[in-house]
Design a protein around this ligand. Structure first.
Ligand code: PGA
Length: 254
């Protein structure tokens, strides 16, 4: 099945509103005409509204970095799916390893968020990946299988086909030490196999991204793998030129 690659930029806790708007204003002309790839930027919550306006009419979609599973309520500091949707978000990252590690997010919480994202018309980018300790202990498959099992709710085949999974080995995030294309492809293939058991044929349509120290220099190694359908990019997505180079490579244009 031909899957359209997706490149998503996760800006994490970077950029004021002004800096964020400047970044996308530079990015739009660089990738505006590129076909054969879907593009998403995920600024901090504070910049979503202005970035959304700056993206209007472009092919770049807006995503958030996290969401709460309740639509509203007494959850100080949290932001809900309907609030994101209202700002024009179409994607939301769930279960990023930094949320799991620094904010104590459990697999169960991630699963609730994934379910609610679908219910609120946001496409979840479900992040999974093992730590260095888990990898060294030979537990990569067990850990990622559990994250997939608990992170994906029961979904109709139509919804499951929309799902995006980002395989991000924790030891590769922000370290400059990316996985090899071969290893990332192997784990992505396992992920697709687990999704197939769960959702049948719909798993063939799920986009599985690689994330962890992706750069313009190494993107080709991942984009060329049969089980990898794009990238979730952190540090390199902060620079519009670097991000555009990754997008063009993922589209097979560089
Ligand atoms: P990185 O981050 O590209 O800076 O390693 C990736 C991510 O956390 O999604």
């Amino acid at each position: 099945m031909a899957r359209v690659p997706l490149v998503a930029g996760n800006w994490k806790m970077h950029k004021t509103v002004r800096e964020a708007v400047e970044t996308v204003s530079a990015l739009v002309p660089l990738v505006g005409a590129v076909e054969g790839v879907d593009i998403v930027v995920c600024p901090p919550f504070t910049a979503l509204a202005d970035v959304g306006r700056a993206l209007a009419g472009s092919k770049i979609e807006l995503g958030a970095q996290d969401m709460h599973w309740e639509p509203q309520g007494a959850y100080t500091g949290a932001v809900s799916g309907p609030m994101l949707w209202d700002l024009g978000c179409t994607y939301v990252i769930v279960g990023h390893s930094e949320r799991r590690r620094h904010f104590g997010e459990t697999d169960e919480a991630v699963g609730r968020k994934t379910a609610v994202a679908f219910a609120q018309e946001l496409v979840p980018i479900l992040c999974v990946g093992e730590t260095l300790e888990e990898r060294d202990a030979g537990r990569t498959e067990e850990v990622v299988a559990r994250q997939i099992r608990l992170g994906t709710p029961d979904l109709t085949p139509e919804a499951a086909a929309q799902l995006v999974v980002a395989y991000e080995p924790v030891w590769a995030i922000g370290t400059g030490r990316a996985a090899t294309g071969e290893e990332a492809n192997r784990v992505s293939g396992l992920i697709r196999g687990w999704l197939r058991k769960r959702f049948g044929e719909a798993a063939e349509a799920v986009r599985i991204l690689y994330g962890g120290s992706v750069t313009p220099q190494n993107i080709a190694e991942f984009a060329g793998q049969p089980e990898i359908d794009g990238a979730l990019v952190g540090g390199a997505s902060l620079d519009p030129h670097a991000f555009a180079a990754i997008v063009l490579a993922a589209a097979g244009r560089a």
